[in-house]
Design a protein around this ligand. Sequence first.
Ligand code: PLP
Length: 389
Amino acid sequence: MLHTTPGFERIGEENAFAVLARATELAAGGMDVINLGIGQPDFPTPPHIVEAAVKALRDGHHGYTPANGILPCREAVARRTLATTGVDVSPENIMIMPGGKVTMFAAILMFGEPGAEICYPDPGFPIYRSMIEFTGATPVPIPVREENGFAFSADEALSLITEKTRLVIVNSPANPTGGVTPRAEIEKFAAGLERFPGTAVLSDEIYDSMTYDGEEHVSLLTFPELRDRLIVLNGWSKTWAMTGWRMGWSIWPDAICDKVRKLAVNCWSCVNAPAQYAGIAAIDGPQDDVEAMMAAFDRRRMLVVEKVNAIDGLSCRTPKGAFYAFPNISATGWKAKELASALLEKTGTATIGGPDFGILGEGYLRLSYANSEENIARALKRIGNFLAG
Ligand code: PLP
């Protein structure tokens, strides 16, 4: 019998990957599978970004880079941060990470231990809870409610913070709900945090450029009073359709910046060198492809909402951000995970059951609209027919 450490008895995973594997298996067996499960843009990375990586390889960028990333890449992130938030961040506080996820891994590892509490959004990205449990800290869900338009409530989040809370995680625009937390709520949250000066904050802003209907993304970075305890998670995966490149960045307060750099030295050494050059091209190059992708997402978003709301027993709020819709299925009488599984097995339509994002996800399905309008329409026809059954 092998004795692994207790964290490995508790570590979870992301069911979206299991759904993708099953969908691929069914497709390989000849089924016409439509995937509304996966959380990645269905667009290729824009060609000038790919070219920048190819050039970097040709130019001989084959070796290790500094653990926190090459300076030009960190400077590009600083430029982008200034452009999007108006906040001037030093490249010294920026870490280039192998994906957005690694920032949550590092932050949760830094603050989680038995006896500590970490608050996180529910429904929310499943890795928050999994990593909190891995460290032995107590996970404290912050409810994200449909009646609030899937924004988090500052009062509710603040009410859950105790003297044991080491870290609070928030996410807007949000996965899996597409909710965007409005400015007034973010301001209230930032002001309320003054009562808890020993609590760090992880703001997952990976969907910061993905909002609709003129909805504004308010970065917690714009609150100077939080800067000495704020970690901002961001990255290239979603905005530039680069999920497979494993490129993320994060912004760290002075006091712990060097700790995360040391974690990198101990674990991944540095991020893939040519990918970092691609990252610079993504930030500094033309954004036409990104704009075209967002216009397509916007059209699909309206299509999903229209088609879902036409199905008896389903109701769907119009998502304000990211590329997910989170319809309420409770009137169908189905348990969400059972419905997601039946839809995949019986109709070849991949979706994710809300409980894969937390206890409060029961009664919902996550539909990723990273698929063509034609496929979205076909998938919703299948779902409608199945439920009418
Ligand atoms: N944070 C949120 C809210 C996400 O939805 C995701 C990916 O789905 C990530 C972080 C991780 O992104 P990456 O693929 O860059 O690790």
